[in-house]
Design a protein around this ligand. Sequence first.
Ligand code: APR
Length: 335
Amino acid sequence: MSYSPSSPIMCHSPRVTVVGAGKVGSTLAQRIAEKNLADVVLLDIVEGMPRGLALDLMEARGIELHNRRIIGTTDYADTYGSDIVVITAGFPRKPGMTRDDLLLTNAKIVVEATKKAITYSPDAIYIVVTNPLDVMTYLAWQATGLARVDPEGLVARRRIMGMAGVLDSARFETFIAMELGVCPLDVKAMVLGSHGDLMVPLPRYATVNGIPITELLDVVTIERLVQRTRNGGAEIVELMQTGGAFYAPASSTCMMVESILLNQSRLLPVAAYLQGEYGLNDIFIGVPCRLGCGGIEKVVELQLTDAERDALHTSAQAVRKSIARTQEIFAAVSR
Ligand code: APR
């Protein structure tokens, strides 16, 4: 009996490109492949390294029981036709650095990476992970050029988003679960705003199997957990000394990828382009969104208290200031 490996039927395997094969990118590639969600193209500027990682992940396939292809490359041509492009390229924080310290260095990297990626994947959904997150997502949106072809922002708001709220909410949930000694699966929380010191955790919307945490914890304890959440990234940077968190950031990004690829319509906090929601315009910032196969299907507007709304606006002001500081770089790279 003869066997021909080529099939006359063309099948489309979902394809996710991960730009930046560092700690976050390579862990994300592993999660996506081992959850059997999509083939993965892992791209980096460092020669050889992404190919080595991809080969290593491919050699684990028989053990991890999946058949996803992982390609490592330095060439954007290999990323063609991706359904989702995740941008993790850039530098992580060092001890004592804020996410904003990374601003100008990572701005250039993200703009260049997005411009190259969209040439080969013009219809992809873009998820930005590089910090400072909300600013980098705005720059990626500018770099795609979608604002020019879509002045009303209808495409941009569906197809470009940033990952941060899922991670910040997961951290808040972890600290609540640890405080109460309950299973983290039972804890649900929502953190809005920018990914940084000005993020807006919402204790009113945090529950343990439906019970508001305001009934289970006193005000002082809740405030302590909120502060620990705000400081969640820095706490890990201080402990690790070399680089930042990557397991939970990769898991959080993978959750967004999964909701899109499997059209799960999960309601997740995502950095989304706002056009009047929450009284904010022309900015990417964390708000609850329904994520499905088209990307962001809906931005959900919660009824915030005056204090929560003020905190969200303060957060947005800081993002705007940082966006302004990056515009020269954007113009220089675009020339
Ligand atoms: N194009 C592609 N890859 C790049 C580029 C570029 N222009 N510039 C840098 N990189 C790659 C680096 O070579 C490195 O492999 O990005 C990778 C970043 O990996 P790490 O240094 O391990 O950083 P990581 O921990 O993965 O964090 C990446 O995600 O959570 C955020 O704050 C974090 O901004 C940081 C990003």
